[in-house]
Design a binder for this molecule. Structure first.
Ligand code: HEM
Length: 320
């Protein structure tokens, strides 16, 4: 018995030393992935997001949405950042992204700084994941330790990007899309809480303004009618606290002040309305949101020797 205990202790010691020596297991995400290779990665992203917020209060919202659009389309692999070329079609022109997805400049400038500090080390996919977290934190939202170690894709999928959830979708359609990615109804309702900040174009919910949709508060409708004067106008997704990451999104839904059909349907559907009520509690929302962001961040990741670490985020590395 004593001998068996001794052998077990030696095995544990050996495993501990191996992990310390080799770092995190290859092929897995870990919060310490860059501890030795690029210790400045987290502070570099934080200051870039913080700087961007000085001139653009919407910067954090843009980056959070970018993370969602990256992860939902062939996994969190920075495919969303690839530019079109004569021979390559990326995701930027997909309907949900074109003239709508923003924040690329922040990611590109972080990448440029990191290529000086620690060349060919940090993936664009990880920069997007860290920037999304920082956008939430700097708007007053919850924090969490971002898992890193993703690698960048050499491909993109315009067709998958065109299938991202749309503003007119019902709760059932959204639930199905999330289920297809291994995300459940808790994840859907908590992650939709991201619409507590940022803006949306009026043309995406125009039909709600002319009809007498009973799921829209009448005063809210007339406010929107006057804000949406021109086709290109944009309004705050959360008219109560537009730049703060809080539970106001859920309170809005309870008051029929959800902006998009896809938002308001979460309060009317029997499959999701209970969760809308639950997430008006800050601790319940923040707790589920951080868990769901970690799940979102693990979707379809490339690790180990898969993919590549791009030199610039907008283009696949040329063969050498
Ligand atoms: C589940 C269904 C979802 C639908 C149908 C949806 C749809 C939309 C639409 C139509 C816009 C406005 C875009 C524009 O007018 O340019 C928007 C904005 C936004 N979405 Fe979503 N979204 C969903 C989920 C999510 C998730 C899961 C996140 C993040 C975790 C997210 C984060 C955001 C943010 C932060 C904005 C504001 C961006 C900005 O100000 O530029 N959305 N979304």
């Amino acid at each position: 018995m004593a001998g068996a205990c001794q052998r077990l202790r030696s095995l544990i010691t050996l495993l501990t030393f191996t992990t310390l020596l080799l770092g995190p297991v290859r092929g897995q995400l870990s919060t310490s992935f860059y501890s030795n290779s690029c210790p400045s990665v987290f502070s570099t992203v934080r200051s870039a997001v913080s700087n961007a917020l000085q001139s653009d209060p919407r910067a954090g919202a843009k980056l959070l949405r970018m993370f969602f659009h990256d992860c939902f389309v062939q996994g969190c692999d920075a495919s969303v950042l690839l530019d079109d070329t004569a021979t390559f079609r990326g995701e930027k022109t997909a309907a949900p992204n074109a003239n709508s997805l923003r924040g690329f400049n922040v990611i590109n400038s972080v990448k440029a700084s990191l290529e000086i500090a620690c060349p060919r080390t940090v993936s664009c996919a990880d920069i997007v994941a860290i920037a999304a977290r920082d956008g939430v934190v700097l708007a007053g939202g919850p924090t969490w330790e971002v898992e890193v170690g993703r690698r960048d894709s050499t491909t993109a999928s315009l067709s998958e990007a065109n299938n991202l959830p749309g503003p007119s979708w019902t709760a059932a359609q959204q639930i199905r899309a999330f289920q297809a990615k291994g995300l459940n109804t808790n994840d859907l309702v908590a992650l939709s809480g991201a619409h507590t900040f940022g803006k949306a174009s009026c043309n995406l919910f125009q039909s709600r303004l002319s009809s007498s949709d009973p799921s829209m508060d009448a005063t809210f409708r007339s406010t929107l009618q006057s804000s949406c004067g021109t086709a290109s106008a944009m309004v705050d997704l959360d008219q109560g606290t537009p730049v703060t990451f809080d539970t106001q999104y859920y309170t809005n839904l309870q008051m029929n002040r959800g902006l998009l059909t896809s938002d308001q349907t979460l309060a009317t559907s029997s499959q999701t309305s209970r969760l809308v009520n639950t997430f008006t509690s800050q601790s319940a929302f923040f707790n589920q949101f951080t868990k769901s962001m970690l799940k979102l961040g693990r979707l379809g990741v490339l690790t180990g020797n898969q993919g590549q670490i791009r030199n610039i985020c907008g283009a696949v590395n040329r063969e050498v």
